[in-house]
Design a protein around this ligand. Structure first.
Ligand code: NAD
Length: 270
């Protein structure tokens, strides 16, 4: 299926590795021009090289931007650089790392604020600073998309992930409000909720649990897999394929939705 996004311009946040980088690669393979951001200039440069080589595209079609998404001024600058380099913006994918695990007594107010900055305020600020450019795209050639990477914890809170549970719920409220407001302008807004997906972060998480509990990484991963209908952990490529569809021309009538990509982990009817 041709997704209809050749030569469109995308900005993918949190893209030096993991789900963000996989989505950027998928969009590059579909012919998009892609700006990728993360905090460390060296790491985002490496990710851009990886994407160019894996997608077999020329150097200028991937723009690495060092940007900490918890810093609004850096977001504003990153958007301006993207639009300056490529000449516009059609697709915004918001993303960042996940907050630490823990229960209610484990975090002070500063840690709560940091998590909300990382996963909620970053999403809001990325959208705010992308919006003028997305509005131009919608009024021009008609394709304008926002996709927010969150977590299955937005649908079904995970017991020891208080910070994530709360921040992701906020993102869902923001996404739905934005979808309703921007619908008349033809801009779609959706969220995509990964379940257990094999990324560097998941490998690090398994290592941390192994060090704490003595269980082997294989046992830990088997436990995660068995909670899913498909009885396995997902791949970055499977996640990226679903994300690319949601920002594509083919998904023009999908807005305000929250798509779980979790191998059947969440057990709700809807
Ligand atoms: P990851 O840690 O492998 O990648 C996160 C990316 O975000 C990295 O490129 C990192 O450099 C970047 N980043 C972190 N903080 C940033 C900041 N302040 N500014 C700019 N960039 C920043 O994580 P992942 O596994 O790819 O997951 C991506 C998101 O999806 C996370 O929020 C995670 O909690 C969520 N999630 C992942 C899974 C999973 O199984 N992988 C499951 C549920 C939810």
């Amino acid at each position: 299926m041709d997704l209809g996004i050749r030569d469109r311009i995308a900005f993918v946040a949190g893209a030096s590795r993991g789900l963000g980088r996989a989505v950027a690669l998928e969009l590059a393979r579909e012919g998009c021009r892609v700006a990728v951001c993360s905090r460390d200039p060296g790491r985002i440069e490496e990710a851009a090289t990886y994407i160019r080589e894996a997608a077999g595209i020329s150097w200028e079609h991937v723009l690495p931007v060092a940007c900490d998404v918890t810093d609004e001024a850096q977001i504003e600058e990153a958007m301006l650089r993207t639009v300056g380099h490529f000449g516009g913006l059609h697709i915004l994918v918001t993303n960042a790392g996940g907050p630490p695990a823990g229960f209610v007594d484990d975090f002070d107010a500063a840690q709560w604020r940091a998590a909300l900055e990382l996963n909620l305020m970053s999403t809001i600020n990325l959208c705010r600073h992308a919006l003028p450019h997305l509005r131009k795209a919608a009024a021009g050639d008609g394709l304008a998309r926002i996709l927010m990477i969150t977590s299955v914890s937005a649908k079904e809170p995970i017991p020891n992930l208080y910070l994530s549970n709360v921040a992701r719920a906020g993102v869902q409220g923001f996404a739905k409000s934005l979808a309703l407001e921007l619908g008349p302008e033809g801009i779609t807004v959706n969220t995509i909720l990964p379940g257990y997906t094999r990324t560097d972060r998941l490998v690090e998480l398994a290592e941390a649990i192994r060090a704490r509990t003595g269980s082997s990484v294989e046992e830990i991963e088997r436990g995660w897999a068995e909670a899913n209908a498909l009885r396995r952990i997902g791949t970055e490529a499977e996640f990226a394929a679903a994300a690319a569809f949601l920002v594509s021309a083919r998904a023009g009538y999908i807005t305000g939705t929250a798509l779980v990509v979790d191998g059947g982990r969440v057990k709700h009817l809807l």
